[in-house]
Every structure is written in structure tokens, then in C-alpha cells.
Design a protein around this ligand. Structure first.
Ligand SMILES: Nc1ncnc2c1ncn2[C@@H]1O[C@H](COP(=O)(O)OP(=O)(O)OP(=O)(O)O)[C@@H](O)[C@H]1O
Length: 585
């Protein structure tokens, strides 16, 4: 399984640091186990009436040395282990992020962002805690218990007394086995409900504006409240079980102390053992109670983190849908002619074809316009071109090469894609535009902004191109956002540019300006424009009309308006709208 491998790999690569820390903690605990003996001897000396100043100083110095050594070594050991735990957290989060970047859109369409955040936050933290606390406390506890047992066995306390006192402790392994499984199962439920809560929170924050506009806050509060209740229920169930488990171990330790006091006390009164033996024995057993509690803690945490490990294991085992074939080769640099033949596609789990036997050729340097009703398959075609979904073999070729055998990086470098609602990051406008090349000079960003007709807007912002967007920055209007993301697409100067309804939120005059500058700048490059408005595509060398996933018309603007069909009707409706608007103006 992957995470144990991930975990073991991490432990193995840092074994010497862990070994040094464990050694420090071991020595600390061995030294600590000496102190009951010192106190026992001191009691016997006191009892025999032979107490002297030297004996007091001697015992005090011994206890001081024990305390200092224990404190120092434990601090060093714990520091190293905690630091390694934090590092594990860091390394694992990075690994997860890399894994996330490889997963395909199908995965993201099924898993909410909140759920993924929960892996990165809750599960990784849970594993980190179990490593740090686990190693720390297990070493502490095991070494202390072993040292105490050793010290007891070399003391002159009778063996039968020691063994009798230890009998209640023999129940510990049974308690551990009994509680392990339910704790693990309940932990898994807690992690799952936490993930659900994070997912709902994320969705609610994302949709807060809509919620407010529709005044449905109470409904949303109730929905979120339900996920919080579920977390609380599951956590309570877990806490009940863990607390019972954690209480049982010291309880068994307490029982063994009771036996020591009763049986040891009796033997002391009888004179079979000295008072010093009695003091040492009770101190030894008292010393075991804490480590027992620690072991309880560790087992508890381990069970919980095993649940998280299972979740991480499942996540890391997910294979990306889109993988490079072994014979993948980079696309020829600059290749930009596209040939689509016999392309049919059905989304996984869907009964209907989203695309049906598409035949298309876009020679290098030409512009293709795609139009069609909503849901007709326009975006699907682009997703297949970008291999967001895998097209069937041999159906899409760029520069004569089947894109199924092209490296993903070369394919996506070759194509600039501007979606309808391009996501903008919480950084400066310039960084958003220069997204594909952050190190580039300012000039290309200015040029792209001019082409996208957003330059003048940007220059009016307080810090112009250095203005921050998002959370602590300004908010752009829908049209400004769209043009900023359009500028991002222009800056890439890719051999193939795809605009997927990317000018839908701008007014007709701005749209014309954008299309004009696009035609001037990309006269020798391939461009695909998807639009609902004919004005955005009428200049294209070829226009195809999609309907229910099939090409139903193709030709130039003039050829298409001369035909009876969807295109001519659309044109008539849109012309009518334009005339109407002009008349009203
Ligand atoms: N991830 C998906 N899983 C299943 N079906 C999908 C998925 N994405 C799209 N579809 C379906 O595929 C069909 C084509 O969708 P597509 O997004 O390509 O249409 P479109 O022409 O781009 O629409 P619009 O103009 O509204 O953007 C639709 O019936 C849609 O419901």
C-alpha cells in the first residue's frame, strides 16, 4: 500500500536522526529508572538511623544528576522527533499536491475541493501526530517500563512479590486488541465527516453571494449545521471509546499498585521485606502507570492515523485517467494544422453521445468558428483536443501526429485555451496575465492586455498592472475578468488558440475590437473560436454548426446565411435583436 510505503520511506530515509533521538530518550529513561532505588536506599538508611549529612548530600546530588540528564536528553530527543514530524507533513503535502496536479477532470468532477483539502489538512496532520507522538511516547514508555522491570529484578525485592503485583498488567494486550478495531472504524467516520464538512463549507463560501441574493441563509445554515452535527456525533462516539480505552490502562496500573500496597505492606509488617523495598516497589509501580497511559495514547493515535493512512492510501492509489503512452513524443514545434476524423465521444457514465462522428480540418494559420445551441458539444470538442478527456485513438491529429501519442506537456504548450469563465488567482493582474510565463518582462503583458481591450481599464486601477485581485485586492466585473483571462491566452502566443465563448461578457463594440486585433495578430496562426454570437465568428475561414454532437452545417458566413438552417435562423434572430437595439437607441 502506498502511504505505509510513503511513511516507511520517510522513516527509512531519516533513520539515523530517528535513531539518535530514540537513543537520547532511551538513555533519559534508563537514568530516570534509577531514582526509586536512590530513594529506597535513602529510606533504609534513614530507617536504620544512620542518616548523615554526607548521605543527604550524596542522595540529593544523585537525584539532581538524574533530573538534569533526564530533562536534557528528553528535550533533545523530543525536539528532533517533532521536527522530523513537521518535515514529514511538509513533504507529504507536496507529494499530494503533485498527485493532485496529475489527476484528471473526471476525478475533480466527482470530488469536491473541500474533500481534497481535508486530505491535505486533517489526514496529513493526523499521520504526523502519530509519528511524532508515537515515536516519542512509545520510546519513553517502553524504555521506562523495561528499565523499571530490570531495576526491580536486580533489586532485592522478592520475585514472587514483583510477579504478583504485575498480574493486572497482563490484561493490557487483550484490552488493546479489543478496542483497536472500533477506534479505527470510528476514526474513519470522523475523517469522512470532517471531509464532508470542509466540502460543504467550501461550497457555501464559494456561493455566499448567490445565497445572500436569494435570501436563503437559513437553508444554508441548516445544511452546514447538519454536517457539523455529524462531525460532532462521530467525534463523540470516538471520544467515548478512546476515553474508556485510555482510562482502562492506568486503571490496570492502579490495580497493580493496590496489590503492591496490600501485599507489600503485609510483607513489610511481617518483616519479610524492608521499608526501603516497600518504598522502591511502590515507586517503581507508580512509574509504570504513566508509561501505560502513554501507550494507551499512542495506540489510540495510531488507530486514528491508520484510518487517515487508509484514506491517503486510496487517494494516492488513484491512477490519472489521462496518461502518456510509452511511445509518446513531443508534438512538432509550431505544428498547428488540426485534423479530426470520425470522432465520437460519450462521457463516462452517460448514456448519450456528446459528439458523433465529427470530421473537421483546420489548416495551419486558418480560423475555425464553431457555433451551436447550448449542450451541442462545443466545449467537449475542445476538451478532447486538449486531452482533458481522452479522445479515441487516431481521431485527432495535430501536424499529422495522433495527439494520443503526443506528450501532454507539448500538447498543452502548443494550445492556448481561454475558457468562458477563466479563473483568476489572488495575485497581481500582471501575474495573472503572464501566467504561462511569469518571468517574462512587462511588455508582453501590456501588449496582450491591449489586444484583449483591457489595458485602459487596468491603467485606471490604483496600482495598474501591479494591482492585486481577489481576497485582499480589487474585484473585477464579469467583462473585465473575461478580458483579463483573454489577455492571458493572447500572451501565450501559442500556435493554436482556442477561445471558448471567451467574449460573451463584453459589449458588441469591444467584441469587434478584440476580434479585429485577434485577426491582425494571429493572421498566420491557427485559431478556433467558439461563440453564441455570430458577430464573433463570421470572419472565420470556415464555420461549423454543431447540433446534438454532430456537425450539421459547415461553410463560410456567406455560404451559411445563403442556406436554410440553424445558422441562417440564428443570424436572423441576432440581426433582428441588433436592429431592435439600434432602433431603441
Ligand atoms: N463531465 C461531463 N459528464 C457528463 N456529461 C457531460 C459532461 N460535460 C458535458 N456533458 C454533456 O455533454 C453534452 C455537451 O456538453 P458541452 O459542454 O460540450 O456543450 P456546449 O455546446 O459547450 O454547451 P454550452 O454552449 O452551454 O457551453 C451536454 O449534454 C452535457 O450535458
Amino acid at each position: 500500500m502506498q502511504p505505509p510505503r510513503l511513511l516507511l520511506g520517510y522513516l527509512r530515509s531519516n533513520w539515523y536522526k530517528y535513531a539518535a533521538a530514540i537513543l537520547a530518550i532511551t538513555v533519559a529513561n534508563v537514568v530516570q529508572s534509577i531514582y526509586p532505588r536512590v530513594l529506597g536506599d535513602f529510606t533504609d538508611t534513614l530507617h536504620a538511623g544512620g542518616i548523615t549529612r554526607e548521605a543527604i548530600v550524596d542522595s540529593s546530588l544523585k537525584l539532581l544528576a538524574i533530573g538534569l540528564t533526564f530533562g536534557l536528553l528528553t528535550a533533545v530527543g523530543q525536539f528532533v522527533i517533532m521536527k522530523l514530524g513537521r518535515r514529514f507533513e511538509f513533504v507529504t503535502r507536496q507529494k499530494l499536491f503533485v498527485h493532485f496536479t496529475r489527476l484528471s477532470e473526471t476525478y475533480y468532477s466527482k470530488h469536491g475541493v473541500g474533500q481534497l483539502l481535508s486530505y491535505v489538512m486533517n489526514d496529513v496532520t493526523s499521520v504526523r501526530e502519530s509519528i511524532s507522538m508515537g515515536i516519542n511516547q512509545t520510546t519513553n514508555a517502553v524504555i521506562l517500563i523495561l528499565s523499571v522491570m530490570f531495576m526491580m529484578s536486580i533489586s532485592s525485592i522478592p520475585l514472587y512479590l514483583i510477579v504478583t503485583c504485575m498480574v493486572p498488567l497482563l490484561a493490557i494486550p487483550f484490552v488493546v486488541v479489543l478496542f483497536g478495531r472500533p477506534i479505527r472504524q470510528r476514526s474513519l467516520k470522523v475523517q469522512e465527516s470532517l471531509a464532508k464538512m470542509t466540502e460543504t463549507a467550501e461550497e457555501q463560501f464559494g456561493g455566499i453571494r448567490v445565497t445572500k441574493k436569494f435570501a436563503v441563509e437559513p437553508v444554508m445554515r441548516e445544511r452546514f449545521g447538519r454536517t457539523v452535527d455529524r462531525v460532532a456525533d462521530n467525534q463523540l462516539r470516538l471520544v467515548r471509546m478512546s476515553s474508556l480505552f485510555q482510562a482502562l490502562l492506568p486503571f490496570l496500573g492502579g490495580l497493580s499498585l493496590i496489590v503492591a500496597i496490600a501485599f507489600g505492606g503485609f510483607l513489610t509488617i511481617q518483616g519479610s521485606i524492608t521499608i526501603g523495598h516497600f518504598v522502591s516497589l511502590t515507586l517503581y509501580l507508580r512509574m509504570i502507570v504513566n508509561p501505560l497511559q502513554q501507550i494507551g495514547n499512542v495506540i489510540n493515535t495510531m488507530q486514528r492515523s491508520r484510518a487517515s493512512l487508509t484514506r491517503l492510501s486510496d487517494l494516492l492509489a488513484v491512477q490519472p485517467d489521462i496518461r502518456e503512452s510509452e511511445r509518446a513524443a513531443p508534438l512538432k514545434r509550431g505544428a498547428s494544422d488540426i485534423r479530426i476524423s470520425g470522432l465520437s465521444f460519450t462521457y463516462p457514465g452517460s448514456a448519450q453521445k456528446a459528439l458523433d462522428n465529427i470530421e473537421l480540418t483546420v489548416p495551419a494559420g486558418r480560423t475555425l468558428g464553431i457555433i451551436g445551441k447550448t449542450g451541442s458539444g462545443k466545449t467537449t470538442l475542445v476538451k478532447l483536443l486538449l486531452r482533458v478527456y481522452e479522445p479515441p485513438e487516431g481521431t485527432i491529429r495535430i501536424g499529422g501526429q495522433d495527439i494520443r501519442h503526443a506528450t501532454l506537456e507539448s500538447l498543452r504548450t502548443q494550445i492556448g485555451y481561454v475558457p468562458q469563465d477563466g479563473f483568476l488567482f489572488s495575485t497581481t493582474i500582471r501575474d495573472n496575465i503572464a501566467f504561462s510565463n511569469r518571468s517574462s518582462a512587462a511588455e508582453p503583458a501590456y501588449k496582450a492586455a491591449k489586444q484583449a481591450q483591457i489595458y485602459d481599464n487596468i491603467m485606471q486601477f490604483p496600482e495598474q498592472f501591479e494591482t492585486k485581485l481577489g481576497e485582499r485586492g480589487i474585484t473585477l466585473s464579469g467583462g473585465q475578468r473575461q478580458r483579463t483571462s483573454l489577455a492571458r491566452g493572447f500572451l501565450k502566443e501559442a500556435p493554436i488558440l482556442v477561445l471558448d465563448d471567451s467574449v460573451s461578457a463584453v459589449d458588441a463594440v469591444t467584441e469587434t475590437d478584440i476580434i479585429d486585433s485577434l485577426r491582425a495578430e494571429r493572421s498566420d496562426k491557427t485559431t478556433i473560436i467558439i461563440a453564441h454570437r455570430i458577430s464573433a465568428i463570421k470572419h472565420a475561414d470556415e464555420i461549423v454548426v454543431l447540433d446534438k454532437g454532430a456537425v450539421v452545417q459547415r461553410g463560410t458566413h456567406e455560404q451559411l446565411i445563403a442556406q436554410q438552417g440553424i445558422y441562417a435562423s440564428l443570424y436572423a434572430i441576432q440581426e433582428e435583436g441588433t436592429r431592435h437595439a439600434a432602433g431603441e437607441a
